[in-house]
Design a protein around this ligand. Structure first.
Ligand SMILES: [Zn+2]
Length: 292
């Protein structure tokens, strides 16, 4: 059995999971839960004496489902939301929660993008501008510290990684890192290069987060199951190896078709190739991205 599979199996019994209205709730720590929704991004909820703080929300229309699941944790309304980036599967319920009084926090570029219409070519998805209630009220350029529920939460901007406005949250006392979509655990990532994302920034983001982590850190990815530091290192190393392979093919003058035929991600396809970013899509993306 592969080490990662073994770790994943060991992890499951440690975390209490519960299913509520199509939301799987995974207890990460006392007062920190990971909420997994079908098709949506992962949501992290910090609950405690000060109220509820969530990292990311969900697809439009899932506000009440998410509210019920989060309220079930401690009965409190959501006071703060961090949007790790602007994508619709992480900001879709901003307006609903904002109307209920939640204060949205995000990088400057997230507010900028949510304020205007966006189009994501890969998904052929148009995101209309959000109304005022759905926009971040507190924005930052480099980072922000939130002192809440007995923890010191360091919010860190990760430049040009998955988009141009990513941030991660490090709950220092609880030793939990929330990566946003700089990590798609168990899958090749979608990198929104059209909106400032890059493979270089993605790998740099991983390095930043790995440096913050220790053996006991729980890492909540943007998509996919809970991870630890070794998982994140393995994920980073896989993406770096594939990038190097494709870079070498470009240097050798290979065409896109020749590079795809070389299967530069073959070593990792069984573990990571089953998501919506297939090995061919990822290879093609990196080839064009690195050729620019
Ligand atoms: Zn995303």
């Amino acid at each position: 059995m592969k080490l990662l599979t073994l770790l994943a199996l060991l992890f499951i019994p440690l975390s209490a999971t519960a299913q509520e209205n199509g939301v799987e709730i995974v207890k990460v720590r006392d007062g920190i839960h990971m909420l997994i929704s079908p098709n949506g991004g992962n949501v992290t909820a910090s609950t405690g004496e000060d109220g509820t703080f969530i990292v990311d929300d969900n697809l439009e229309g899932r506000g009440s489902i998410l509210t019920d699941a989060i309220k079930g944790l401690n009965g409190q309304d959501i006071k703060f939301i961090l949007n790790t980036h602007y994508h619709f599967d992480h900001t879709g319920t901003n307006e609903t929660f904002g109307e209920n009084g939640a204060i949205i926090v995000a990088h400057d570029n997230v507010r900028e993008r949510l304020s205007t219409k966006q189009f994501i070519s890969f998904f052929k998805k148009e995101m209309p501008a959000l109304s005022k209630s759905g926009l971040p009220v507190v924005t930052f350029a480099e980072g922000l510290n939130l002192h809440y529920n007995g923890d010191d939460v360091q919010i860190i901007h990760l430049p040009n990684a998955h988009t141009d406005g990513d941030s991660a949250a490090f709950f220092k006392n609880q030793n939990v890192i929330v990566t946003g979509d700089t990590v798609f655990n168990g899958m090749y990532p979608f990198i929104d290069a059209e909106h400032g994302g890059s493979i270089k920034g993605t790998l740099a983001a991983h390095d930043t987060l790995i440096a913050l982590a220790d053996e006991g850190t729980a890492i909540i990815p943007g998509h996919g199951p809970l991870m630890n530091k070794a998982d994140l290192q393995a994920y980073r190393d896989a993406l770096a190896a594939i990038t190097a392979n494709i870079g070498a093919a470009i240097k050798d003058g290979k065409t896109l078709e020749e590079t795809i035929a070389m299967k530069p991600s073959a070593k990792f396809d069984e573990k990571m190739g089953g998501g919506f970013i297939t090995p061919e899509i990822f290879t093609s993306f990196l080839y064009k991205h690195l050729s620019r």
